[in-house]
Design a protein around this ligand. Structure first.
Ligand code: 2P0
Length: 353
């Protein structure tokens, strides 16, 4: 019987605390600033991808949640697949004449998200990371996750960070080739297991302005972005990395909320302006601010940090010991429909992100 060449891999969603917003090279997806994120735990929001190579396949093909998705020539998917084939050829086939020439076979790829694509949560990060990870396994590549991140980055910028678990930095790099614009681990998940993320789905509407087009408009029109790139992000990257290594939640929370605020300020500073948060998003901010104020007034520290991406949904970072209180607070101020209420409590009972 002929050998079957097939592999399956998963990658989780990541949520940035220092936001990526802006490209200096739109084809290679090179960012205008470094960013840093926390990768969520595998068992919640993730993409799982199976890749298969076969000499009989006539074209590369992708199924996304069971539906055929077009692979446009020269597009991001085609680039990632071509780059992975190149790695196979250069790092495996060129060195071992007996290695099967999988780089010359077409691939069939099936990818599933274990969360509703309509939930308003970014799936491109986990999707491209899982795609690259499954092909790396299929092709028996022994390269590091940072090398794979160079390829995932060309699918979707934020995807490069999902190749690592835990706390991850995407170093913007400076080389025009993009070869130094990659993800590195700041600390593994186990370094700070008490850190949890609570995702509050405020709206499952599809967002009005896509990240890709929104960030380019910002690059072209926002003076505030130039200030952010030069004078804000470099210091924040260093300070939040240090806070993570020291498990300093106060500093982590202060920087996380400031960076979310500045990202949304930069969106507003775009011409025409972009609004991602809505009234409910802003109410959640007010709740978290007040919750922290009361804690600090009583001699404690920060207990929660909000962050918002290119949409109205809140992600609240908190230490495990405060999660139940925060969940009760959110539920009491933002009553859920009974079915959603059950979902929320179910999530909490697992005690993870
Ligand atoms: C981030 N976002 O750092 C930021 C914060 C949204 C707000 O990465 O054009 O979907 O595919 O590189 O990666 C969204 O941008 O954009 C994003 P492309 P991507 O997570």
């Amino acid at each position: 019987m002929a050998t079957i060449y097939q592999a399956t891999a998963s990658a989780p969603v990541n949520i940035a605390v220092i936001k990526y917003w802006g490209k200096r090279d739109t084809k290679l997806i090179l960012p205008t600033n470094s960013s840093l994120s926390v990768t969520l735990d595998q068992d919640h929001l993730r993409s799982t991808t199976t890749a298969r190579a076969d000499a009989s396949f006539e074209q590369d093909q992708l199924w996304l949640n069971g539906k055929v998705d077009e692979i446009k020539a020269g597009g991001r998917l085609a680039t990632c697949i071509a780059e992975m084939k190149r790695l196979r050829k250069e790092t495996v086939e060129a060195k071992d004449p007996n290695a099967p020439k999988l780089s010359s076979y077409k691939v069939h790829i099936a990818s599933y998200n274990n969360f509703p694509t309509a939930a308003g949560l970014a799936s491109s990060a986990s999707g491209f990371a899982a795609l690259v990870a499954s092909l790396a396994q299929l092709y028996n590549l022994t390269v590091s996750p940072s090398i794979l991140s160079l390829i995932a980055r060309q699918g979707s910028g934020s995807a490069c960070r999902s190749l690592f678990g835990g706390f991850v930095a995407w170093q913007m790099g400076s080389d025009p080739s993009g070869n130094d614009s990659l993800a590195v681990e700041v600390a593994p998940r186990e370094h700070w297991p008490q850190m949890q993320a609570l995702i509050c789905v405020v709206s499952d509407d599809k967002k009005g302005t896509s990240s890709t087009s929104g960030m380019q408009r910002t690059v072209e029109t926002s003076a505030l972005l130039q200030h952010r790139i030069k004078h804000v992000v470099p210091e924040r990257m260093a300070a939040i990395s240090k806070a993570i290594l020291a498990r300093d939640f106060d500093t982590f929370a202060t920087i996380t909320m400031a960076d979310s605020n500045q990202f949304h300020a930069v969106a507003l500073d775009t011409e025409p302006p972009i609004f991602y948060m809505n009234d409910v998003s802003r109410s959640i901010i007010a709740l978290i601010v007040e919750y922290n104020r009361v804690s600090i007034a009583a001699g404690g520290g920060y207990k929660a940090a909000y962050t918002y991406d290119a949409g109205p949904n809140a992600v609240i970072y908190a230490l495990e010991e405060n999660l139940k209180e925060i969940l009760q607070l959110v539920i009491s101020y933002f009553p859920q429909r009974p079915s959603e209420f059950k979902d929320v409590l179910g999530l909490f009972s697992k005690n993870t992100t």
